[in-house]
Design a protein around this ligand. Structure first.
Ligand SMILES: [Cu+2]
Length: 378
């Protein structure tokens, strides 16, 4: 018997150790909050869970006690207190009081979550299928604007490479903000409803096309905080994580200066005449960022959902060149093919159309110049 207990114990311990390692990447509680609002949400969550636990113990305690100690086999007879006025009043009043006691701090916290006044920085967040756009509207970084795209390599997603620790949670360009600074977020979307959510800030805001909703946070610890789009927004909903990097004031100033320098050197001369080689190289990058998620890197698309561009009439036939530029600029209403006119510059659209007309099996030799795209915008 003793040996059996020993073996069983060892097996149980082994199992525990195994499951503990398998579950190491999972957490049961909320993210550790780094904002005042986050701590309030965290404390409310703990407090209300505790209230529920106490009620559970009291109610089931009375129930178990009654069932066991007053069972029929012991000779007890059921008491009859049907329509007992005192009990009916008590079980109405007590839960009401508990609910009101919970509602008071929750409502206060909710109202504070909506108070975006006196913010020092304003950032517009735009949800796209399937990436985020950040526009710095107010504060030191005014004018900074970029897209933030999932950076997990495709090989990891397709199980061809080992998955990294930040698998499906890393982006190329995180939002950068200074520590201890009130940041107002204006959330909107370009196509369908998305939601910008960062649990450590207790922020979750729907981003709705045609509307602007605001929220705020003031992080008091530096670090990288991670969230995800939290509104089911289509096929790649799980592929648009959110990264917010909170840095010191000095690092923020340096980041702003670097971004402004980069933006200045990135401005393309709209009158430049591009060679096929230059345009292809630029277009390949634009394609990888903006188009490959649907049309695929090999241009073959996804049958039934996204058309192949390799061999497509529009990308291959000389007479369709105008139509090709038009669909990239203006999209196609009622389909997932969005209008890229607002996201990409004339140079970028010219490059990506050149790329599609010369990549894979499409060897048209066409070079589209920015001026041609500019003329097509009207
Ligand atoms: Cu989304």
């Amino acid at each position: 018997m003793k040996r059996f207990v020993g073996t069983a114990g060892a097996v149980a311990l082994g199992l525990l150790a195994y499951t503990a390692s398998a579950w190491a990447g999972y957490q049961l509680n909320l993210d550790v909050p780094v904002t005042e609002a986050g701590r309030r949400a965290y404390d409310l969550h703990n407090m209300i869970t505790l209230v529920c636990l106490v009620i559970f113990v009291v109610v089931f305690g009375v129930l178990a006690y009654s069932l066991v100690m007053h069972r029929k086999s012991k000779g007890h007879k059921a008491a009859d207190f049907h329509e007992h006025l005192g009990i009916e009043i008590a079980w109405t009043i007590i839960p009401t009081i508990i609910l009101v006691l919970i509602a008071i701090p929750s409502t206060k916290a909710l109202i504070d979550l909506k108070d975006t006044s006196e913010s020092e920085i304003t950032i517009k967040v735009t949800g796209y299928q399937w990436k985020w756009g950040y526009d710095y509207l107010k504060g030191e970084g005014e004018g900074i604007k970029f897209l933030s795209v999932l950076s997990t390599p495709k090989d990891q997603i397709h199980n061809k490479a080992e998955k990294s620790a930040d698998y499906m949670m890393a982006v190329d360009n995180p939002m950068v903000v200074p520590v201890n600074t009130k940041v107002r977020i204006l959330a909107t979307a370009n196509d369908v409803i998305h939601a910008w959510a960062v649990p450590a800030f207790a922020v979750k805001q729907d981003a709705i096309p045609g509307f602007i909703r605001d929220t705020w946070f003031k992080a008091d610890a530096e670090g990288m905080y991670v969230g995800q789009c939290s509104e089911l927004c289509g096929k790649d909903h799980g592929y648009m994580p959110i990264n917010v990097k909170v840095v010191s004031a000095a690092e923020y100033t340096a980041w702003v200066a670097e971004q402004k320098k980069k933006a200045a050197s990135n401005v393309d001369d709209p009158n430049k005449v591009w060679t096929l080689e230059e345009s292809m190289a630029r277009g390949e990058k634009v394609y990888a960022n903006a188009c490959a998620s649907c049309h695929q890197a090999n241009g073959k698309g996804v049958p039934g959902a996204f058309p192949a561009l390799d061999g497509s009439k529009m990308a291959k036939v000389a007479a369709q060149k105008g139509k090709h530029i038009d669909i990239v600029l203006h999209g196609k209403a009622g389909t997932a093919m969005g209008a890229f006119g607002g996201q990409l510059s004339d140079t970028e659209i010219a490059a990506v159309v050149t790329y599609e007309r010369n990549a894979w099996g499409n060897k048209t030799g066409d070079i589209i110049q920015p001026a041609e795209v500019k003329a097509a915008r009207k």
